[in-house]
Design a protein around this ligand. Structure first.
Ligand SMILES: [Zn+2]
Length: 282
């Protein structure tokens, strides 16, 4: 059986894998924070790590699954007990250091797979900084597991809520949790909580609205200022069946991303500066 979890490998095995050919190193990222009265605070961690684990298990000789970064950026959730938040600059540096370590070992393609919305811009920055610090010799890409083609297709077929119904602890995340660990979902406490001021350019929805686009304006207010329960969306519409379809599409989406990324060349940079400028390395 092909090993794919980094933590279960010895260092000579990791060395051999790097020497033998290119595997994509997958780094899941998430956070611990409130998810309504009906879901545990580990929702983002569970959903993201399960999607990554199941995707990696299906293509074990194409990836190395790195242990997840389980604490993320959630200061706007700190009014709800149980939330653990890492300062934004610290988080970026931490993620970048994990990526740099993998690049230092010899991995040339790293994929950050995110499961917590507010990590998204920080993962993008960490990935870009790592590429720049490594002079473009290795790549780091970032994606949210709910943002791929397959999941958008399945959600557009199955969703019952309007835009905003798939924000947080919502129709989407609750369905996924029901598919994975139904014994921890308290559906009798699930609610529709969508009392945030929403207009055509200001809305929150993981999967997007009818057009599939994200809100044109990026704005994150304190979560407790618009959500009474910690939910944003319509959790009452969640079902295990939808969750199973969302899970399968999320797994397939990550596999698709891995394979496109694997095919992607890393063309060398071309330094067009005159000789004088070449003394300075950027
Ligand atoms: Zn979540």
């Amino acid at each position: 059986m092909e090993k794919y979890r980094l933590g279960e490998m010895t260092w000579p095995e990791i060395k051999t894998i790097i020497e033998e050919g290119e595997r994509i190193a997958i780094v899941p990222t998430a956070t611990y924070e409130d998810h309504g009265h009906h879901l545990p605070i580990d929702t983002d961690v569970l959903l993201c790590t399960e999607v990554c684990e199941r995707a990696a298990a299906r293509i074990p000789d194409e990836v190395v699954l790195v242990p997840p970064i389980i604490h993320g950026y959630s200061p706007h959730h700190m009014d709800f007990p149980g939330t653990i938040s890492i300062d934004g600059h610290t988080y970026i540096e931490y993620v970048k250091n994990v990526v740099n370590s993998l690049m230092h070992a010899g991995f040339t393609k790293i994929l950050l797979v995110n499961g917590h919305g507010s990590n998204t811009p920080f993962n993008d920055v960490a990935a870009r900084l790592a590429i720049v610090e490594n002079k473009g010799k290795a790549l780091c890409a970032s994606v949210c597991y709910w943002a791929t083609g397959p999941i958008k297709n399945v959600v557009s077929q199955l969703r019952e809520s309007e835009t905003g119904g798939m924000g947080h602890a919502c129709e989407f995340e609750t369905s996924l949790y029901l598919a994975l660990k139904p014994e921890f979902v308290q559906m009798d406490k699930a609610v529709k909580d969508m009392n945030r001021h929403t207009t055509p350019h200001f809305w929150i929805d993981l999967i997007g609205g009818g057009t599939g686009a994200m809100s044109a304006v990026s704005l994150m207010e304190w979560w407790s200022s618009f959500s009474e329960t910690g939910t944003f969306g319509d959790a009452t519409l969640a079902t295990k069946e939808k969750g199973e379809a969302f899970l399968e599409a999320s797994i397939q989406g990550i596999i698709d991303v891995v394979r496109e990324y694997a095919e992607r060349p890393i063309p060398p940079r071309v330094d067009h500066r005159p000789q004088k400028g070449k003394e300075i390395s950027l």
